[in-house]
Design a protein around this ligand. Structure first.
Ligand code: GDP
Ligand code: MG
Ligand code: ZN
Length: 319
């Protein structure tokens, strides 16, 4: 039988097939051809499984992925797929509590492989001001779709629904930004919410596994809140390509595969220096490149780098 993984906890996967949910395990210890990741299966994966009884099964194979959202797993020192096969990533951020963190959004964008992205800024009842507002507006100028909502005051949730109808969408973002609250509002579910203060309770999350939820023509995957996100193991050039303002100007760099870090005659560095490219975006990029170094030598032009998928440019044209 074929089905889709809607939840996975401790190697037990809930697989939806023929309007029914089967509790499945992987047949044997390993899944064929899948061994270079922290987890062989993620929510959104299509699998083939054998029914062992009316409600249980054994997973034999993971079917080909059309895309994925991955991050670097520090503990496992390898890439981890958070969600597979979505039509849209909804990156949720908040105006405050926790503070607006644009560099987190930059990293989410760089972790998407072949997926479109919608940036949702929640908690619009708290006002975004000054440089934070400018930095948020920059995403729009760069061509990203953005939407300001408040789950608490139910502002613009109808617009959000319009943008995600008839799609499989994954909500990702820092813990506490309001992912589960938004999802509960629009699906009428009752996922656990509330933000455990990072200061007092590091590492505890209210949502600690991904889950696919449906209602009518809405399909939403809620993902665990994370404090930090590290970009998956990719080449620096691929990460640079997740910055539209770099892509647009990189032809003028002296080097073909310029990483815009220390190469001579780099157009991007020049543009940062003369203020044509936002310096915080560039700093954010450099931090990602630094984090690749911490991941070890494997990424350096490595031939076993499996990621061939290209970053998807925003739809709108840059000014
Ligand atoms: N002020 C305000 N608080 C919100 C809003 N949406 C959610 N919250 C609160 O933010 C906290 C974290 O929400 P939660 O949905 O658990 O965040 P998640 O970790 O991203 O799933 C909860 O205490 C919510 O009540 C909003 O629009 N405005
Ligand atoms: Mg949550
Ligand atoms: Zn360059």
């Amino acid at each position: 039988m074929k089905g889709i993984i809607i939840r996975g906890i401790n190697n037990i996967y809930n697989v939806e097939a023929e309007n029914q949910i089967f509790e499945c395990r992987i047949k044997g210890k390993l899944l064929n051809d899948v061994n270079d990741e922290y987890n062989p299966l993620a929510v959104g994966d299509f699998v083939e499984f054998d029914k062992t009884n009316e409600v249980e099964g054994q997973i034999i194979q993971r079917l080909e992925r059309k895309n994925s959202f991955r991050r670097w797993n520090m503990k496992g020192k390898c890439n981890q797929t958070v969600v597979a096969n979505m039509d849209l990533i909804v990156c949720v951020a908040s105006c405050g509590s926790p503070p607006f963190r644009p560099r987190f959004i930059d990293r989410v964008i760089a972790s998407c492989e072949n997926v479109e992205i919608l940036i949702v800024l929640n908690k619009s009842d708290i006002k975004l001001q000054g440089w934070e507002l400018e930095r948020y507006n920059l995403f729009k100028e760069l061509g990203y779709e953005t939407l300001l909502v408040s789950a608490k005051e139910k502002t613009n949730l109808n617009l959000l629904i319009e943008k995600i109808e008839n799609k499989v969408v994954a909500f990702v973002g820092q813990s506490g930004v309001g992912k589960s609250t938004i999802i509960n509002e629009i699906l009428g579910t009752s996922q656990r919410t509330s933000y455990v203060s990072e200061k007092y309770d590091r590492g505890r999350h209210t949502t600690n596994y991904s889950i696919l939820l449906r209602k009518d023509n809405l399909t939403i995957i809620d993902t665990p809140g994370v404090r930090e996100i590290m970009v998956p193991h990719r080449s620096p050039v691929e990460i640079a390509d997740s910055f539209p303002e770099f892509v647009l100007n990189k032809d003028k760099c002296a080097f073909n595969m310029c990483t815009h870090t220390s190469e001579p005659d780099c157009e991007i560095i020049k543009m940062v220096e003369n203020g044509e490219i936002n310096s915080d975006r560039y700093e954010s990029y450099l931090r990602m490149i630094d984090s690749l170094l911490l991941q070890g030598p494997k990424w350096k032009g490595s031939s076993n780098s499996t990621s061939k998928a290209r970053y998807k440019m925003p739809n709108k044209k840059l000014k």
